[in-house]
Design a binder for this molecule. Structure first.
Ligand code: SAH
Length: 237
């Protein structure tokens, strides 16, 4: 039986999801609010974690270990690095890294600590499903590498550094940590982001202007994926 976690970082990222879900029960746990619903016959748990790697780690592990979710979809916004990504465009993470994890002083590559890996790969089945959904909706969804760190990036030289180290297409503040949790707990996960800014000097203005509209674009797409997952025709996925 599927129990699907749908998470965002900020309230605006999950508001459109809760609107589509309609009815839900609210539970407080570990300093966050979790919204539990039965959606078209499948149990969902929706939550926003608050911003950053630590809060998103706590929420992802709570959704899996406390609420019993066995699939996780993240919906939100990101700063675009790849010049082909414009405001409102969707990017699906193929793999994710932590761009600020730095023990290079000991000769390790950026993003690496012993026992971990520079990149964590997202679930291929969910990525394939996103392609089907994109095709059905006539939407373009780019696949790419997402770099995560505890920093709102608004600076070209930091962007350049992240490209040099990780060849990343977009950056944000939660995906890489959620990926580590899901990978460790063997839960298939999918990270979707719509571009809110391009992480340059204007990023905070662009973010304020487009965060809400981009959050809706991402949330609506993720719910189309949920529709496919819960559909009886797809009950193996
Ligand atoms: N305006 C908010 C802070 C937003 S932080 C406030 O004042 O409370 C940015 C959020 O959007 C994070 O959750 C992150 O995942 C994502 N994001 C979008 N653009 C980003 C960028 N340029 N750098 C890092 N994270 C970004």
């Amino acid at each position: 039986m599927n129990k699907i976690a749908i998470m965002g970082a900020m309230p605006e990222e999950i508001a459109p999801i809760l609107e589509i879900v309609g009815e839900y029960k609210t539970t407080e746990y570990a300093g966050n609010v979790y919204y539990e619903a039965n959606y078209k016959g499948t149990d969902l748990v929706v939550a926003h974690s608050k911003i950053g790697k630590v809060f998103s780690t706590l929420t992802a592990s709570s959704m899996i270990q406390h609420f019993g979710c066995n699939k996780l979809l993240f919906s939100g916004v990101a700063g675009g690095i790849n010049p082909s990504l414009k405001i409102g465009d969707l990017i699906v993470a193929t793999k994710l890294s932590q761009h600020d994890l730095d023990i290079t002083a000991f000769g390790h590559p950026m993003g690496f600590v012993p026992g971990g890996s520079v990149f964590v790969e997202a679930d291929k089945g969910l990525i394939a499903l996103s392609k089907e959904v994109a095709q059905e909706l006539g939407k373009t969804v780019q696949e790419g590498i997402i770099a995560t760190g505890d920093q709102f990036v608004h600076n070209q030289s930091i962007k350049d550094e992240i490209v040099k180290n990780f060849n990343a297409d977009a950056l944000e503040m939660e995906g890489g940590s959620v990926a580590v949790v899901c990978d460790a707990l063997n839960v298939p996960f999918f990270i979707l982001r719509a571009i809110s800014d391009t992480a340059d000097t204007d990023a905070s203005f662009s973010f304020d202007e487009f965060m809400e509209s981009s959050a809706v674009i991402s949330a609506e797409f993720v719910m189309k994926m949920v529709d496919k997952i819960v559909s009886p025709l797809n009950n193996t996925k």
